[in-house]
Design a protein around this ligand. Structure first.
Ligand SMILES: *[C@@H]1O[C@H](CO)[C@@H](O)[C@H](O)[C@H]1NC(C)=O
Ligand SMILES: *[C@@H]1O[C@H](CO)[C@@H](O)[C@H](O)[C@H]1NC(C)=O
Ligand SMILES: *[C@@H]1O[C@H](CO)[C@@H](O)[C@H](O)[C@H]1NC(C)=O
Length: 410
Protein backbone atom coordinates (compact mmCIF):
# COMPACT_ATOMS: atom_id res chain seq x y z
CA UNK A 1 0.00 0.00 0.00
CA UNK A 2 2.65 2.45 1.18
CA UNK A 3 4.95 1.31 -1.65
CA UNK A 4 2.11 1.77 -4.13
CA UNK A 5 1.63 5.38 -3.07
CA UNK A 6 5.35 6.06 -3.28
CA UNK A 7 5.51 4.64 -6.78
CA UNK A 8 2.51 6.69 -7.79
CA UNK A 9 4.04 9.81 -6.24
CA UNK A 10 7.34 9.28 -8.05
CA UNK A 11 5.53 8.61 -11.30
CA UNK A 12 3.49 11.80 -10.96
CA UNK A 13 6.58 13.84 -10.11
CA UNK A 14 8.52 12.63 -13.09
CA UNK A 15 5.52 13.14 -15.32
CA UNK A 16 5.14 16.75 -14.24
CA UNK A 17 8.91 17.25 -14.43
CA UNK A 18 8.72 15.96 -17.98
CA UNK A 19 5.91 18.37 -18.67
CA UNK A 20 7.51 21.40 -17.12
CA UNK A 21 11.07 20.79 -18.10
CA UNK A 22 12.00 21.64 -21.57
CA UNK A 23 15.43 22.94 -22.43
CA UNK A 24 15.09 26.68 -22.83
CA UNK A 25 18.10 28.66 -24.03
CA UNK A 26 20.16 30.24 -21.24
CA UNK A 27 19.93 33.74 -22.64
CA UNK A 28 16.14 33.92 -22.42
CA UNK A 29 15.25 35.99 -19.35
CA UNK A 30 12.66 34.73 -16.83
CA UNK A 31 13.37 31.19 -18.05
CA UNK A 32 11.46 29.41 -15.33
CA UNK A 33 8.43 31.52 -15.83
CA UNK A 34 8.53 30.80 -19.56
CA UNK A 35 8.95 27.10 -18.85
CA UNK A 36 5.83 27.12 -16.67
CA UNK A 37 3.86 29.18 -19.14
CA UNK A 38 4.86 26.82 -21.89
CA UNK A 39 3.67 23.88 -19.79
CA UNK A 40 0.17 25.24 -20.15
CA UNK A 41 0.54 25.45 -23.92
CA UNK A 42 2.10 22.00 -24.22
CA UNK A 43 -0.57 20.41 -22.06
CA UNK A 44 -3.23 21.95 -24.25
CA UNK A 45 -1.52 20.67 -27.41
CA UNK A 46 -1.37 17.17 -25.91
CA UNK A 47 -5.01 17.40 -24.90
CA UNK A 48 -5.92 18.51 -28.43
CA UNK A 49 -3.96 15.60 -29.94
CA UNK A 50 -5.60 13.15 -27.56
CA UNK A 51 -9.07 14.56 -28.06
CA UNK A 52 -8.69 14.32 -31.83
CA UNK A 53 -7.33 10.79 -31.58
CA UNK A 54 -10.30 9.49 -29.62
CA UNK A 55 -12.76 11.60 -31.60
CA UNK A 56 -13.92 13.76 -28.67
CA UNK A 57 -13.47 17.19 -30.18
CA UNK A 58 -11.46 18.49 -33.13
CA UNK A 59 -7.90 19.67 -32.54
CA UNK A 60 -8.43 23.40 -33.11
CA UNK A 61 -11.66 23.24 -31.11
CA UNK A 62 -9.57 22.28 -28.07
CA UNK A 63 -6.78 24.73 -28.85
CA UNK A 64 -9.36 27.50 -28.97
CA UNK A 65 -9.31 27.45 -25.15
CA UNK A 66 -6.20 29.66 -25.45
CA UNK A 67 -8.48 32.33 -26.87
CA UNK A 68 -11.36 31.87 -24.44
CA UNK A 69 -9.05 32.23 -21.42
CA UNK A 70 -8.30 35.83 -22.28
CA UNK A 71 -11.52 37.13 -23.80
CA UNK A 72 -12.94 40.23 -22.14
CA UNK A 73 -15.82 42.60 -22.85
CA UNK A 74 -14.40 45.77 -24.37
CA UNK A 75 -15.30 48.85 -22.34
CA UNK A 76 -14.79 52.55 -22.89
CA UNK A 77 -12.66 54.41 -20.39
CA UNK A 78 -11.79 58.04 -19.78
CA UNK A 79 -9.37 58.09 -22.73
CA UNK A 80 -10.87 55.78 -25.33
CA UNK A 81 -14.36 55.14 -26.65
CA UNK A 82 -14.66 51.48 -27.60
CA UNK A 83 -17.49 50.31 -29.83
CA UNK A 84 -18.35 47.19 -31.79
CA UNK A 85 -19.25 47.83 -35.40
CA UNK A 86 -19.61 46.03 -38.69
CA UNK A 87 -17.65 47.18 -41.74
CA UNK A 88 -18.98 45.66 -44.96
CA UNK A 89 -20.38 42.75 -42.96
CA UNK A 90 -17.23 42.05 -40.93
CA UNK A 91 -17.15 42.65 -37.19
CA UNK A 92 -14.66 45.23 -35.96
CA UNK A 93 -13.72 46.74 -32.63
CA UNK A 94 -13.32 50.47 -32.96
CA UNK A 95 -11.13 52.41 -30.51
CA UNK A 96 -11.59 56.17 -30.73
CA UNK A 97 -9.52 58.53 -28.59
CA UNK A 98 -11.57 60.98 -26.54
CA UNK A 99 -8.91 63.68 -26.36
CA UNK A 100 -9.92 66.68 -28.43
CA UNK A 101 -7.97 67.11 -31.54
CA UNK A 102 -8.44 70.66 -32.76
CA UNK A 103 -11.37 71.43 -35.00
CA UNK A 104 -9.57 70.83 -38.25
CA UNK A 105 -6.91 68.43 -37.07
CA UNK A 106 -7.22 64.95 -38.48
CA UNK A 107 -6.18 61.80 -36.68
CA UNK A 108 -3.96 58.88 -37.59
CA UNK A 109 -5.43 55.42 -37.91
CA UNK A 110 -4.16 51.90 -37.43
CA UNK A 111 -5.81 48.69 -38.57
CA UNK A 112 -4.79 45.81 -36.30
CA UNK A 113 -4.99 42.11 -37.17
CA UNK A 114 -4.61 39.65 -34.31
CA UNK A 115 -2.51 36.50 -34.42
CA UNK A 116 -3.38 32.87 -33.71
CA UNK A 117 -2.45 30.97 -36.86
CA UNK A 118 -5.68 31.98 -38.69
CA UNK A 119 -7.41 29.42 -36.42
CA UNK A 120 -7.28 30.97 -32.95
CA UNK A 121 -7.31 34.38 -31.34
CA UNK A 122 -9.71 37.29 -31.23
CA UNK A 123 -9.74 41.08 -31.08
CA UNK A 124 -11.53 40.62 -27.76
CA UNK A 125 -8.50 39.10 -26.02
CA UNK A 126 -7.12 41.30 -23.26
CA UNK A 127 -3.56 41.59 -24.68
CA UNK A 128 -4.97 42.87 -27.99
CA UNK A 129 -7.29 45.22 -26.16
CA UNK A 130 -4.27 46.60 -24.30
CA UNK A 131 -2.30 47.19 -27.52
CA UNK A 132 -5.27 48.90 -29.18
CA UNK A 133 -5.84 51.19 -26.17
CA UNK A 134 -2.18 52.17 -25.99
CA UNK A 135 -2.09 52.98 -29.68
CA UNK A 136 -5.30 54.99 -29.50
CA UNK A 137 -4.11 57.08 -26.54
CA UNK A 138 -0.41 57.47 -27.32
CA UNK A 139 -0.81 58.13 -31.04
CA UNK A 140 -4.18 59.84 -30.75
CA UNK A 141 -5.17 57.35 -33.44
CA UNK A 142 -8.38 55.61 -34.41
CA UNK A 143 -7.66 51.88 -34.01
CA UNK A 144 -9.62 49.26 -35.85
CA UNK A 145 -9.25 45.68 -34.60
CA UNK A 146 -10.68 43.22 -37.11
CA UNK A 147 -12.64 40.17 -35.96
CA UNK A 148 -12.08 38.19 -39.18
CA UNK A 149 -13.52 34.68 -39.47
CA UNK A 150 -11.23 31.77 -38.64
CA UNK A 151 -10.08 28.45 -40.09
CA UNK A 152 -10.75 25.54 -40.16
CA UNK A 153 -14.43 26.55 -40.33
CA UNK A 154 -13.38 29.15 -42.89
CA UNK A 155 -10.34 28.18 -44.95
CA UNK A 156 -8.23 30.54 -47.03
CA UNK A 157 -9.12 32.94 -48.58
CA UNK A 158 -12.01 33.76 -46.19
CA UNK A 159 -9.93 35.22 -43.31
CA UNK A 160 -7.85 37.21 -45.80
CA UNK A 161 -10.93 38.44 -47.68
CA UNK A 162 -12.66 39.54 -44.48
CA UNK A 163 -9.66 41.71 -43.69
CA UNK A 164 -9.43 43.05 -47.23
CA UNK A 165 -13.11 44.02 -47.20
CA UNK A 166 -12.73 45.93 -43.93
CA UNK A 167 -9.65 47.76 -45.19
CA UNK A 168 -11.32 48.70 -48.50
CA UNK A 169 -14.39 49.93 -46.64
CA UNK A 170 -12.45 51.98 -44.12
CA UNK A 171 -10.15 53.58 -46.71
CA UNK A 172 -13.02 55.34 -48.47
CA UNK A 173 -12.70 59.10 -48.32
CA UNK A 174 -16.19 59.50 -46.87
CA UNK A 175 -15.68 56.92 -44.13
CA UNK A 176 -12.32 58.37 -43.14
CA UNK A 177 -13.90 61.81 -42.87
CA UNK A 178 -16.59 60.42 -40.61
CA UNK A 179 -13.90 59.32 -38.14
CA UNK A 180 -11.72 62.43 -38.68
CA UNK A 181 -8.89 60.31 -40.09
CA UNK A 182 -6.08 61.76 -42.19
CA UNK A 183 -6.01 59.65 -45.41
CA UNK A 184 -2.23 60.10 -45.56
CA UNK A 185 -1.56 58.60 -42.12
CA UNK A 186 -3.01 55.10 -42.00
CA UNK A 187 -1.07 51.94 -41.16
CA UNK A 188 -1.83 48.27 -41.01
CA UNK A 189 -0.28 45.99 -38.43
CA UNK A 190 -0.52 42.53 -36.95
CA UNK A 191 1.36 39.81 -35.12
CA UNK A 192 2.14 36.30 -36.39
CA UNK A 193 -0.75 35.27 -38.69
CA UNK A 194 -1.99 38.87 -38.32
CA UNK A 195 1.37 40.02 -39.72
CA UNK A 196 0.77 37.68 -42.63
CA UNK A 197 -2.61 39.26 -43.32
CA UNK A 198 -1.18 42.76 -42.91
CA UNK A 199 1.62 42.13 -45.43
CA UNK A 200 -0.77 40.48 -47.89
CA UNK A 201 -3.36 43.27 -47.72
CA UNK A 202 -0.68 45.94 -48.17
CA UNK A 203 0.54 44.24 -51.37
CA UNK A 204 -2.93 43.68 -52.82
CA UNK A 205 -4.12 47.24 -52.13
CA UNK A 206 -1.19 48.58 -54.13
CA UNK A 207 -2.20 46.40 -57.09
CA UNK A 208 -5.83 47.49 -56.93
CA UNK A 209 -6.44 50.08 -59.68
CA UNK A 210 -9.65 51.32 -58.05
CA UNK A 211 -7.90 52.09 -54.75
CA UNK A 212 -7.34 55.81 -54.13
CA UNK A 213 -6.19 55.94 -50.53
CA UNK A 214 -3.08 53.86 -49.81
CA UNK A 215 -1.37 52.88 -46.57
CA UNK A 216 1.51 54.89 -45.15
CA UNK A 217 3.16 52.07 -43.19
CA UNK A 218 3.05 48.39 -42.32
CA UNK A 219 4.19 47.05 -38.96
CA UNK A 220 4.77 43.31 -38.97
CA UNK A 221 5.34 41.55 -35.65
CA UNK A 222 7.05 38.15 -36.06
CA UNK A 223 4.97 37.59 -39.22
CA UNK A 224 4.29 34.31 -41.08
CA UNK A 225 5.17 34.99 -44.71
CA UNK A 226 5.56 31.77 -46.67
CA UNK A 227 4.27 28.21 -46.78
CA UNK A 228 6.71 26.69 -49.27
CA UNK A 229 9.73 25.93 -47.11
CA UNK A 230 8.90 24.74 -43.62
CA UNK A 231 12.48 23.66 -42.94
CA UNK A 232 14.34 26.96 -42.96
CA UNK A 233 17.14 27.17 -40.37
CA UNK A 234 14.77 28.83 -37.89
CA UNK A 235 12.13 26.12 -38.38
CA UNK A 236 14.82 23.54 -37.62
CA UNK A 237 16.61 25.35 -34.81
CA UNK A 238 13.40 26.24 -32.99
CA UNK A 239 11.22 23.24 -33.66
CA UNK A 240 10.69 22.62 -29.93
CA UNK A 241 10.78 26.18 -28.66
CA UNK A 242 8.09 27.50 -26.33
CA UNK A 243 4.68 28.77 -27.47
CA UNK A 244 4.97 27.86 -31.14
CA UNK A 245 6.59 24.46 -31.80
CA UNK A 246 7.07 23.57 -35.46
CA UNK A 247 4.25 21.00 -35.39
CA UNK A 248 1.75 23.62 -34.32
CA UNK A 249 2.86 26.12 -36.97
CA UNK A 250 2.64 23.43 -39.65
CA UNK A 251 -0.77 22.50 -38.34
CA UNK A 252 -1.91 26.14 -38.60
CA UNK A 253 -0.65 26.35 -42.19
CA UNK A 254 -2.34 23.15 -43.24
CA UNK A 255 -5.64 24.07 -41.56
CA UNK A 256 -5.56 27.46 -43.26
CA UNK A 257 -5.71 25.69 -46.62
CA UNK A 258 -7.51 22.43 -45.98
CA UNK A 259 -8.61 19.96 -43.32
CA UNK A 260 -7.04 17.11 -45.33
CA UNK A 261 -4.55 15.46 -42.97
CA UNK A 262 -2.48 14.11 -45.85
CA UNK A 263 -1.55 17.70 -46.60
CA UNK A 264 -0.48 18.23 -42.97
CA UNK A 265 1.75 15.14 -43.13
CA UNK A 266 3.31 16.29 -46.40
CA UNK A 267 3.94 19.72 -44.87
CA UNK A 268 5.61 18.11 -41.85
CA UNK A 269 7.97 16.34 -44.27
CA UNK A 270 8.36 19.53 -46.34
CA UNK A 271 7.30 17.59 -49.43
CA UNK A 272 4.03 19.46 -49.98
CA UNK A 273 5.07 21.62 -52.92
CA UNK A 274 3.34 21.22 -56.26
CA UNK A 275 4.70 22.01 -59.74
CA UNK A 276 3.30 25.54 -59.59
CA UNK A 277 4.64 26.41 -56.15
CA UNK A 278 8.01 24.85 -56.99
CA UNK A 279 8.62 27.51 -59.61
CA UNK A 280 8.32 30.11 -56.81
CA UNK A 281 10.87 28.53 -54.47
CA UNK A 282 13.40 31.10 -55.63
CA UNK A 283 11.50 33.76 -53.67
CA UNK A 284 11.93 31.94 -50.37
CA UNK A 285 15.47 30.68 -50.91
CA UNK A 286 17.06 31.29 -47.52
CA UNK A 287 20.46 30.53 -48.96
CA UNK A 288 20.16 33.83 -50.85
CA UNK A 289 18.00 35.98 -48.56
CA UNK A 290 19.14 35.09 -45.07
CA UNK A 291 22.17 36.98 -43.74
CA UNK A 292 25.07 34.54 -43.37
CA UNK A 293 25.04 34.71 -39.54
CA UNK A 294 21.62 33.08 -39.47
CA UNK A 295 22.57 30.08 -41.61
CA UNK A 296 24.03 28.29 -38.62
CA UNK A 297 25.25 24.85 -39.60
CA UNK A 298 22.33 24.27 -41.94
CA UNK A 299 22.82 23.58 -45.64
CA UNK A 300 20.27 24.64 -48.18
CA UNK A 301 18.37 22.05 -50.15
CA UNK A 302 15.25 22.95 -52.08
CA UNK A 303 12.04 21.38 -50.69
CA UNK A 304 11.05 18.29 -52.65
CA UNK A 305 7.77 17.90 -54.49
CA UNK A 306 4.93 15.72 -53.29
CA UNK A 307 5.20 12.17 -54.60
CA UNK A 308 1.94 10.50 -55.44
CA UNK A 309 -0.09 11.51 -52.37
CA UNK A 310 -3.76 11.68 -53.07
CA UNK A 311 -4.84 15.03 -54.33
CA UNK A 312 -1.38 16.47 -54.47
CA UNK A 313 0.09 15.31 -57.75
CA UNK A 314 -1.69 17.95 -59.73
CA UNK A 315 -0.73 21.59 -59.40
CA UNK A 316 -4.40 22.45 -59.25
CA UNK A 317 -5.19 20.49 -56.10
CA UNK A 318 -3.91 23.11 -53.65
CA UNK A 319 -3.54 26.21 -55.77
CA UNK A 320 -3.45 28.49 -52.73
CA UNK A 321 0.07 27.33 -51.96
CA UNK A 322 1.37 29.62 -54.71
CA UNK A 323 -1.00 32.46 -53.85
CA UNK A 324 0.80 35.58 -52.54
CA UNK A 325 -2.33 36.49 -50.56
CA UNK A 326 -1.38 33.51 -48.39
CA UNK A 327 2.40 33.78 -48.77
CA UNK A 328 3.39 37.44 -49.34
CA UNK A 329 7.04 36.44 -49.93
CA UNK A 330 6.06 34.87 -53.25
CA UNK A 331 5.93 38.06 -55.30
CA UNK A 332 8.64 39.27 -57.69
CA UNK A 333 10.75 42.30 -56.74
CA UNK A 334 8.69 44.56 -58.99
CA UNK A 335 5.66 43.97 -56.78
CA UNK A 336 7.63 45.01 -53.68
CA UNK A 337 9.12 48.22 -55.05
CA UNK A 338 6.36 50.70 -54.22
CA UNK A 339 5.27 49.21 -50.91
CA UNK A 340 4.95 51.52 -47.91
CA UNK A 341 7.73 51.59 -45.32
CA UNK A 342 7.90 48.60 -43.08
CA UNK A 343 8.67 47.81 -39.45
CA UNK A 344 9.53 44.16 -38.88
CA UNK A 345 10.08 42.39 -35.57
CA UNK A 346 11.84 39.03 -35.52
CA UNK A 347 12.78 36.82 -32.56
CA UNK A 348 15.76 34.48 -32.42
CA UNK A 349 13.88 31.62 -30.78
CA UNK A 350 11.00 31.50 -33.23
CA UNK A 351 10.33 29.14 -36.14
CA UNK A 352 9.15 32.22 -38.07
CA UNK A 353 12.40 34.16 -37.61
CA UNK A 354 13.58 33.49 -41.16
CA UNK A 355 10.28 34.49 -42.76
CA UNK A 356 10.70 37.98 -41.28
CA UNK A 357 14.43 38.13 -42.06
CA UNK A 358 13.88 37.16 -45.69
CA UNK A 359 11.13 39.73 -46.14
CA UNK A 360 13.36 42.44 -44.64
CA UNK A 361 16.14 41.49 -47.09
CA UNK A 362 13.83 41.42 -50.08
CA UNK A 363 12.03 44.67 -49.24
CA UNK A 364 15.32 46.50 -48.73
CA UNK A 365 16.69 45.14 -52.01
CA UNK A 366 13.56 46.49 -53.70
CA UNK A 367 14.22 49.94 -52.22
CA UNK A 368 11.58 49.93 -49.47
CA UNK A 369 12.45 51.67 -46.20
CA UNK A 370 12.68 48.93 -43.55
CA UNK A 371 13.19 49.18 -39.80
CA UNK A 372 14.09 45.71 -38.60
CA UNK A 373 14.26 44.92 -34.89
CA UNK A 374 15.65 41.53 -33.99
CA UNK A 375 15.31 40.30 -30.41
CA UNK A 376 18.30 38.06 -29.66
CA UNK A 377 16.56 36.47 -26.68
CA UNK A 378 13.04 36.80 -28.04
CA UNK A 379 10.50 34.01 -28.42
CA UNK A 380 7.36 33.76 -30.53
CA UNK A 381 4.33 35.56 -29.19
CA UNK A 382 6.38 37.64 -26.75
CA UNK A 383 4.48 40.87 -27.37
CA UNK A 384 1.25 39.36 -26.11
CA UNK A 385 2.62 38.37 -22.70
CA UNK A 386 1.74 41.61 -20.98
CA UNK A 387 -0.92 40.29 -18.60
CA UNK A 388 -0.44 38.89 -15.13
CA UNK A 389 0.32 36.07 -14.37
CA UNK A 390 1.86 35.52 -17.81
CA UNK A 391 3.65 38.85 -17.98
CA UNK A 392 7.20 39.07 -19.31
CA UNK A 393 9.66 41.96 -19.27
CA UNK A 394 10.43 41.46 -22.95
CA UNK A 395 6.78 42.15 -23.83
CA UNK A 396 6.95 45.65 -22.33
CA UNK A 397 10.17 46.49 -24.14
CA UNK A 398 8.80 45.18 -27.41
CA UNK A 399 5.53 47.06 -27.04
CA UNK A 400 7.37 50.30 -26.15
CA UNK A 401 9.59 50.02 -29.23
CA UNK A 402 6.65 49.21 -31.46
CA UNK A 403 4.59 52.17 -30.24
CA UNK A 404 7.65 54.43 -30.54
CA UNK A 405 8.22 53.44 -34.16
CA UNK A 406 4.60 54.12 -35.05
CA UNK A 407 4.70 57.47 -33.24
CA UNK A 408 7.66 58.53 -35.33
CA UNK A 409 6.65 56.98 -38.64
CA UNK A 410 2.92 57.21 -38.97
C1 LIG B 1 -18.72 56.65 -28.40
O1 LIG B 1 -18.97 56.34 -29.76
C2 LIG B 1 -20.33 56.14 -30.06
C3 LIG B 1 -20.42 55.67 -31.51
O2 LIG B 1 -19.63 56.46 -32.33
C4 LIG B 1 -21.11 57.42 -29.80
O3 LIG B 1 -22.46 57.21 -30.05
C5 LIG B 1 -20.90 57.82 -28.36
O4 LIG B 1 -21.49 59.07 -28.13
C6 LIG B 1 -19.42 57.90 -28.01
N1 LIG B 1 -19.28 58.12 -26.59
C7 LIG B 1 -18.44 59.03 -26.10
C8 LIG B 1 -18.41 59.13 -24.60
O5 LIG B 1 -17.70 59.71 -26.79
C1 LIG C 1 19.07 28.94 -53.85
O1 LIG C 1 20.20 29.80 -53.77
C2 LIG C 1 21.44 29.13 -53.94
C3 LIG C 1 22.54 30.13 -53.67
O2 LIG C 1 22.20 31.44 -54.01
C4 LIG C 1 21.49 28.54 -55.34
O3 LIG C 1 22.68 27.83 -55.51
C5 LIG C 1 20.29 27.60 -55.54
O4 LIG C 1 20.25 27.12 -56.86
C6 LIG C 1 18.98 28.31 -55.22
N1 LIG C 1 17.88 27.35 -55.28
C7 LIG C 1 16.63 27.68 -55.64
C8 LIG C 1 15.62 26.60 -55.64
O5 LIG C 1 16.31 28.82 -55.93
C1 LIG D 1 26.69 21.16 -44.32
O1 LIG D 1 27.74 21.00 -45.26
C2 LIG D 1 29.03 21.01 -44.66
C3 LIG D 1 30.08 21.00 -45.79
O2 LIG D 1 29.69 20.21 -46.84
C4 LIG D 1 29.17 19.79 -43.75
O3 LIG D 1 30.44 19.77 -43.12
C5 LIG D 1 28.09 19.89 -42.66
O4 LIG D 1 28.09 18.74 -41.86
C6 LIG D 1 26.70 20.04 -43.29
N1 LIG D 1 25.74 20.34 -42.23
C7 LIG D 1 24.63 19.63 -42.05
C8 LIG D 1 23.75 20.06 -40.91
O5 LIG D 1 24.30 18.71 -42.77
Amino acid sequence: MRLGSIILFVALCSLSAYYVYEPIPEDIEQRWKLMLTNTLFRSLIHLADFSELVGLKDYMGVMYAVTLLEIIAPVSDEHVNVTVDSFDGVEVLLYQPKQQSGNTELRRALIYLHGGGWCLGSSYMSPYDLVARRLATELNAVVLSVEYRLAPAHHFPVPYEDVYRVVKYFLQVGVLAQYSVDPGRIAVSGDSAGGNLAAAVTQQLLKDPTQKVQLKAQALIYPVLQALDLKTPSYQQNQDMPILPRTLMVRFWSEYFTSDRAFFRAMMENTHNNPESSTLLKFVNWSSFLPETYHGSYNYSAPAMAQGQAGMESGGAFPSLADPRASPLLVPDAALRSLPKAYIITCEYDVLRDDGLMYATRLRAAGVEVTHEHYDAGFHGALMFTMWPMDFLIADRMLDNYVKWLKENL
